[in-house]
Write a protein that binds this ligand. Structure first.
Ligand code: ADP
Ligand code: AMP
Length: 225
């Protein structure tokens, strides 16, 4: 596959809008990996790397990890073989400096193909983040009310323990929303101006959101519905 045919999807939307849930469901469909900078940072936290130690304070406070390390981490991830045909970004870019860096990374690869923004109210974000539970082993994401596991606290897929993220506590959630509106939401205008934005009602059930996304991809000639 030539570089010009690479596909890059950028998910936008506040924390808890469903970016990870939707991105994961598109990976098999599009044959592309999900690149979640949040997941990459959590991997570093878990393995107590230097990057993990650096990121922890920012993550616990709901602040963005500095651009330099974040951008280098994404650059490195994009060199992996599974990203040869493109990638689905979830949580990156998160400010205009990261947008510029991504453009440089994708220069010659056709740039961003589509930027869906999942639109969800703040009240819904609070409900979703408060009830989010994640499998320690496979990273699958549940919600205690909206998509509960069969057995509370246990992953349906591999029996792993479900945990609540440290930054899904009310004090941190408030700042993460603030950071989103201040630093990340300007990206909505940026991608709109370039004809790449697709507004999606993120308040619908996950399967419906996925259907809308697949129809959008088909419309743009990115995948067949
Ligand atoms: P993000 O990646 O944008 O932070 P997630 O995909 O992790 O968001 O979803 C946040 C929480 O909301 C999770 O607990 C997930 O199970 C739940 N969730 C995701 N999409 C929906 C939806 N469409 N309706 C109800 N709950 C959802
Ligand atoms: P997420 O899993 O996307 O909710 O991200 C969790 C946390 O990781 C954020 O609150 C930030 O502290 C950090 N993080 C994730 N992605 C980025 C990014 N692109 N730039 C800076 N910090 C990030």
């Amino acid at each position: 596959m030539s570089h010009a045919e690479r596909t890059f999807i950028v998910f936008l939307g506040p924390p808890g809008s469903g970016k990870g849930t939707q991105a994961r469901q598109l990976t098999d469909y599009l044959g592309l990996p999900q690149i979640s900078t949040g997941d990459l940072f959590r991997f570093h936290l878990q393995h107590a790397t230097d990057l993990g130690r650096l990121a922890r304070g920012y993550m616990d406070a709901g602040e963005l990890v500095p651009d330099g390390v974040t951008i280098r981490m994404v650059e490195e991830r994009l060199t992996h073989a599974d990203a040869a045909a493109g990638a689905i970004f979830d949580g990156f870019p998160r400010n205009l400096a990261q947008v510029t860096a991504l453009e440089k990374m994708l220069a010659g690869a056709g740039g961003v193909s589509l930027a869906p923004v999942l639109v969800v109210s703040d009240a819904e974000v609070l409900r979703r983040l408060g009830g989010r539970r994640v499998c320690r082993t496979c990273g699958h994401v549940y919600h205690v009310e909206f998509s509960p596991p069969q057995q509370p606290g246990v992953c349906d897929r591999d029996g792993g323990e479900l945990y609540q993220r440290d930054d899904d506590k009310p004090e941190t959630i408030q700042n993460r929303l603030y950071v989103y509106y201040k630093q990340t939401s300007p990206l909505v205008g940026y991608y709109f101006a370039r004809g790449l934005l697709a507004e999606v009602d993120g308040a619908q059930p996950p399967a419906q959101v996925q259907q809308v996304l697949r129809a959008l991809l088909a419309d743009r000639g990115i995948a067949t519905a």
